[in-house]
Design a protein around this ligand. Structure first.
Ligand code: BJW
Ligand code: ZN
Length: 263
């Protein structure tokens, strides 16, 4: 993939890079996105049945079982070249803030030290009543495709139901993560939206500041979004291909140099 020379120059000069990822970054690890035609989770499952507090109150076993299936899939997945390229960037730019809407831990497993999870994680459930954290067994669950009904465990302190530690529609984002993300978006000189439809708020609003003050904005996505015409650089393609090309183009990583030495 050919990366525009002006983008290479802007990335090399970046002082503070903010990366906001969505489910598209994990698609090449085998984890489905939400809204992609045919393959997205919302093609097969209704968000109102699974991703709202009301859904959990109505049918906790359905919701818990579905998230146990998702937890299994995430645990069995591996970081892909897109995740690894973001990890490489952490070591190549003076400052990187990594913000993700994803509930998997593939950025952490790629080696990123600090990851701001705006929508929580699959591995940190809490009591729905008293909000105390619940320690999951370290074993990876073995669940059938699409999940099954599983009664959620109960809180050892108040006997309340344990719920997934994720942010559902209508719920607030974790305060600390959201305020650090907002601060980073207000200060950065380069902001990249990677693998997100930019449809879900308030995460989708983070790019507005960088757009308004004409910071460098980048989108990496094989499909179109409302940001296409607004960002400085719109790179159409899968993150697992585009990101390594971008990192190699801007920084000539060790692999690239050693390949050149052999040529
Ligand atoms: C690739 C690729 C490859 C494919 N490489 N790319 C207006 C303003 C503000 C808020 C609202 C508003 N209107 C409505 C709202 C409320 C709502 C909202 O935004 N709804 C929209 C759908 C309209 N927001 C909320 O409710 C939020 N809370 C909130 O606003 O609190 C304040 C409040 C409180 C009380 C009352 C009122 C307000 C919370 C949002 C929580 C979202 N939760 C979910 C589930 C998390 C748990 C779980 O994982 O199950 O988060 S929904 C789902 O969407 C998930 C994702 O993180 C999120 C974003 O999706 P994402 O990652 O962008 O995925 P897709 O599928 O949409 O896109 C994938 C992209 O990847 C595509 O573009 C592909 O092309 C691309 N792709 N392959 C690169 N290989
Ligand atoms: Zn409790």
């Amino acid at each position: 993939m050919k990366i525009p020379e002006p983008l290479i120059e802007r990335l090399r000069a970046a002082r503070h890079l903010v990366v906001l990822t969505g489910s598209g970054i994990s698609a090449e690890s085998g984890l489905p996105t939400f809204r992609d035609k045919q393959t997205g989770l919302w093609e097969r499952f209704k968000p109102e049945d699974l991703a709202t507090p009301h859904a959990f109150d109505k049918d906790p076993a359905l919701v818990w079982g579905w998230y146990e299936w998702r937890r299994m899939k995430a645990a069995r997945a591996l970081p892909n070249p897109g995740h690894l390229a973001i990890k490489a960037l952490e070591d190549l730019v003076p400052r990187l803030t990594l913000i993700t809407q994803n509930v998997d831990d593939l950025h952490e497993r790629a080696g990123n030290r600090v990851v701001l999870h705006l929508h929580g994680t699959l591995t940190n459930p809490i009591c729905a009543s008293c909000k105390r954290p619940f320690l999951l067994s370290p074993e990876v669950p073995n669940e059938p495709e699409g999940g099954r009904r599983v009664e959620p465990p109960r809180c050892s302190q108040c006997h309340g139901r344990i719920r997934p530690g994720v942010v559902w529609f209508g719920e607030s984002l974790p305060q600390r993560e959201w305020s650090v993300a907002q601060q980073a978006a207000s200060e950065c000189d380069v902001f990249a939206c990677i693998g997100t439809s930019s449809l879900v708020y308030p995460a989708a609003s983070l790019v507005r500041g960088p757009l308004n003050r004409r910071a460098v904005t980048i989108q990496i996505n094989p499909g179109g979004t409302d940001l296409d015409a607004r960002v400085t650089f719109d790179l159409r393609g899968p993150a697992g291909t585009v990101l390594p090309a971008l990192v190699n183009g801007a920084f000539r990583t060790v692999d690239d140099n050693s390949r050149k030495a052999v040529e």
